[in-house]
Design a binder for this molecule. Structure first.
Ligand SMILES: CSCCC(=O)C(=O)COP(=O)(O)O
Ligand SMILES: [Mg+2]
Length: 249
């Protein structure tokens, strides 16, 4: 099907590699989280929220792997948990408690103006066009819902949050699992075939398509090159321009 023939009721967007450059996430957001993790944990150590995150981090399979590499039995304090978080960040592990913690740390950076969410120019233009057409726009990212809201609210293109009607993170399920997309469609109260999912990750596209969603791959500058098996299986676009005149079915 040609891109111009696509129609949808909901556009579901991924963030990293789709609306936002991978380099912003890896070279700005992750270093900010690494640098500020210990301070954040120290300040909030006694709160229920941080206690829950610390508990969830310790339940990850990577925690045992990490602690077994240490010379001594660790004391569970802010420094130890910050070190473990940095270990996970370096491996770019998209695990839920880390993503929750990152979102909370970034909050301060966005509030102070130190962080501004990167979005490609065509994203804001497409969001406006889709909103005017009456399409709903939703987000599904490994970044926590709080982190998603921050990046769009404090974006370099202004506050894009009013365009977004729903947010999903890995608490709905892993992005490479078909059931996650089925749950998202149910939650949006829309048939999966009326959802257009935009992502840079072929494994996510495969999972979304298996749930019945329409799927288009993004080839943004700096994204990993797409294999022929994926470029032949999915439409590939360099930006959202070709989808600006997307219609409802
Ligand atoms: C929500 S902003 C931070 C992005 C992030 O941490 C991340 O893991 C993005 O992954 P995505 O699923 O959007 O490719
Ligand atoms: Mg992505």
């Amino acid at each position: 099907m040609a891109l111009t023939d696509l129609s949808a009721k909901v556009v579901l967007v991924d963030i990293e590699g789709t609306t936002t450059s991978i380099s912003f996430v890896h070279d700005v957001l992750f270093p900010y989280a690494s640098a500020n993790a210990e301070q954040y944990l120290l300040e909030t150590w006694e709160t229920d929220n941080t206690k829950l995150i610390v508990e969830e981090l310790q339940q990850l399979p990577q925690y045992e792997e990490y602690t077994s590499s240490l010379d001594e039995q660790p004391t569970i304090d802010a420094k130890h948990i910050a070190d473990f978080s940095r270990y996970l960040i370096e491996k770019d592990l998209k695990v839920t408690p880390l993503k929750t913690l990152q979102g909370l740390i970034w909050d301060k950076g966005y509030a102070s103006g130190e962080l501004k969410g990167h979005v490609y120019e065509d994203v804001a233009v497409a969001f406006r066009a889709w909103t005017e057409t009456g399409l709903r726009i939703a987000v599904y990212s490994s970044g926590s819902v709080a982190a998603q809201k921050l990046i769009f609210q404090h974006s370099i293109a202004g506050d894009l949050l009013p365009h977004l009607s729903a947010h999903f993170d890995t608490r709905v399920g892993h992005k490479m699992q078909t059931e996650s997309y089925t749950s998202i469609a149910e939650s949006l109260e829309v048939e999966p075939q009326h959802v257009l999912f935009l992502t840079d990750a072929p494994e996510e596209a495969i999972a979304a398509r298996a749930a019945g969603m329409q799927t288009v791959l993004l080839a943004r500058p700096g994204n990993a090159p797409l294999a022929e098996e994926h470029t032949s299986a999915f439409p590939v676009i360099a930006n959202f321009v070709a989808l600006q005149s997307l219609k409802q079915p």
